[in-house]
Design a protein around this ligand. Sequence first.
Ligand code: DAH
Length: 360
Amino acid sequence: MDGLEALRARYLGEIGAAADEAALEAVRLAALGRKGEISLRMRKLGGMDPEARKVAGPALNGLRDEVEAALRARRAALADAVLEARLQAEWLDVTLPARPRPGGSIHPVSQVMEELTAIFADMGFAVAEGPQVETDWHNFDALNIPPEHPARQEHDTFFLHRLEGDNRPPHVLRTHTSPVQIRAMLAQGAPLRVIAPGRVYRMDMDQTHTPMFHQVEGLAIDRDISMAQLKWVLEEFCRAFFEVEGVELRFRASHFPFTEPSAEVDIRCSWAGGQLKIGEGDDWLEILGSGMVHPHVLRSGGVDPAQWQGFAFGMGIDRIAMLKYGIPDLRAFFESDLRWLRHYGFAALEVPTLPGGLSR
Ligand code: DAH
């Protein structure tokens, strides 16, 4: 058939030269569109005599297939080129150091939680968690604080509303992190070594109390845990945490329903000139309660007191944050004052670790 060879050369040439998707589509329409050159020729096949059609038909079909294949190949090549250009334009250097964002900072309470988690993790304590809305049983009974116990009054508890007709004791906002002891024992059994940092709530508000504050609970259970180990762990913690030579602790005999014997621990500090300082002075600030876990408490957690014993402690996180970073007023912690946050906050990308340094 006349001119097929020329047609072929022209279209393959134009396809090869098409610089983008639109140019390629124009070539396709000119060749294979409804009024395209090749389409029109194919339509004429019907009017040919049979002999001529036998030759022209296959030749035209072959040309059409060839042009279609060339279009597909060129289309794929163009798409590759577009992708390649994007990859060239949109690269980033992942080896660049991250830029600290101005304006955002880590709250001292979060910072201190990271710090103490790193220290206790190094001593083999895992982190356990419990809900802030707690059952009366976990918060009190299981910890050897029965309904008539005076300790219940001391806790200034927030109670949640009960549904009409529900006669169970109301849920509470947990007044301490101690219920996590029960949850951890029930979930993991003995032996056990956990800390549980988190929020707690009491109806209380003055210069040293806020209705929400933070505690970290500690619990170690094994066959032969002793008070001496409790003392070592707490002293070791304070040495690592305060990063000050000569941190001095005072253990005072005390009473808690969930421990026997019990001790409160104070830390030596100075309030001279309204500045709170650690490692000097004649003042003492109470930072934690502790003791040997009461057998009733072990039993509540499904742990057999004939085989296991343990120590526990509950420490005020806000308190130790104030002490370490010289922050005089607890209430400022929760006022969200940007100037305060910028002053006392920490760089967001510097995660405290023992080898890397706790606070910088
Ligand atoms: N739960 C106590 C409180 O909030 C603190 C405490 C005291 C926790 C002694 C303990 C402990 O684990 O052994 O006042």
